[in-house]
Design a protein around this ligand. Structure first.
Ligand SMILES: C[S@@+](CC[C@H](N)C(=O)[O-])C[C@H]1O[C@@H](n2cnc3c(N)ncnc32)[C@H](O)[C@@H]1O
Length: 366
């Protein structure tokens, strides 16, 4: 699965256990993951048998959602056609294009021989005769293949000084692990979608929690999917529209209003909200808001780490230690809100409940 900041890889079993408990307790069947990113959580919920809608602002995320959530992995015709298309694409000769110039020569995210393959395969995906879902599966295969041979630490704000060992491997498309069943993919602002969507039984809410923009951090994926060759700036060769494409959740002065608006309009009886104490929101404010919008609230502490900055300290550009860090721990929680929230957390058992280490952490959030 693709490298992604804030991906809930390690939390997935907890979230699924909580969702299953909402199903047992309240008969939940439909779920919306409104900030789906990699779609990891949405995928796990689909596997668990929920009817899933996966939404995100990013084009790459919409493609992942169409592939993993919307497409039916049990559809033998789809699988057979994509298998043939992947074989054709894997045999395509590389050619110089935007990715090679921008991301291999002006920047160094991929080795040029792989950049040329990405350029040629991306062109061919649009001419191979794929329908919308086949195209989403092919684009997902290309993103995953590119991710396996990139030369970054997982963010596209910068690339490694020396080529990463994996970047020497030739890019190879593989069939993504499709999931049986169907769902829906959307690309909308979460607040706009919440105001217009059909009611769902449960929503999972995992917005960005600080100023770091996903659009900028993953601009290479966005450009590969859009295939639009935009003007670029800076050492990282980011798309020009990274300067103007901002989520309200990335702006301190707007994030709380966006979150309260979302929770007030969201047509979901139960919600699970991810929260990290290094973000803009305060623990007590979230608890109070969810109590006002959804009634009962229960909190599951899921991670407790010593804040890495506390160990390292704050240093000036000459390496001299200056100032003090504002907090010593990084804590993550899942808030469950809606009728019977405490009983739901209880019923989720050890997979849904807190780890011993998290429970031992001191209370308080900021
Ligand atoms: C913390 S990440 C979600 C990670 C995801 N749960 C996972 O496991 O991969 C936040 C996501 O919110 C998306 N996003 C930011 N602002 C948004 C908005 N206003 N509406 C919908 N999605 C948004 C970003 O593109 C990003 O993928």
């Amino acid at each position: 699965m693709i490298k992604y900041l804030g991906s809930k890889r390690t939390l997935v079993p907890r979230i699924v256990a909580l969702a299953a408990a909402v199903r047992e307790h309240a008969g939940a069947r439909t779920v919306a993951d409104l900030f789906t990113g990699t779609t990891r959580v949405a995928q796990a919920l689909k596997r668990e048998g929920f009817d899933v809608t996966a939404n995100d602002l990013a084009s790459y995320s919409e493609v992942l959602a169409a592939c993993y959530i919307e497409a039916d992995g049990g559809d033998a015709t789809l699988r057979a056609r994509v298998t043939e298309q992947l074989a054709v694409l894997n045999a395509v000769e590389g050619r110089d294009g935007y990715v090679t110039r921008m991301f291999c020569e002006e920047a160094r995210y991929f080795q040029p021989f792989n950049g040329r393959r990405i350029d040629a395969i991306r062109d061919a995906i649009d001419t191979i005769g794929a329908d919308r879902l086949e195209r989403a599966v092919l684009l997902t295969a290309l993103l995953l293949a590119a991710d396996r041979v990139d030369s970054t630490t997982g963010l596209q704000m910068a690339y490694l000084k020396a080529w990463a060992p994996r970047s020497y491997r030739p890019l190879e498309l593989r069939m993504p692990e499709l999931i049986a069943g169907t769902g829906r993919s959307r690309r909308e602002d979460a607040n706009a979608l919440a105001a217009a969507m059909e009611p769902v039984d449960l929503a999972y809410i995992d917005p960005p929690y600080n100023q770091h923009s996903y659009f900028s951090n993953y601009h290479v994926w966005e450009t590969i999917v859009r295939h639009d060759a935009p003007p670029a700036y800076g050492v990282a060769r980011k798309r020009e529209d990274c300067r103007t494409t901002k989520s309200r959740f990335n702006v301190r002065a707007q994030a709380w209003e966006a979150f309260t608006g979302l929770m007030r309009t969201l047509p979901a009886r139960h919600v699970i909200v991810s929260f990290n104490n290094e973000g803009y929101f305060a623990y007590d404010d979230i608890t109070a808001l969810l109590a006002s919008t959804h009634g009962e609230v229960a909190v599951v502490p899921v991670a407790f780490r010593r804040y890495v900055g506390a160990k390292i300290g704050i240093h000036n550009p000459s390496g001299v230690k200056v100032g003090t860090v504002s907090h010593l721990t990084n804590r993550e929680f899942l808030f469950v809100a809606g009728p019977g929230a405490a009983a739901i957390v209880e019923a989720a058992g050890p997979r849904g409940a807190a780890s011993a280490a998290a429970l031992a952490a001191p209370p308080g959030a900021r």
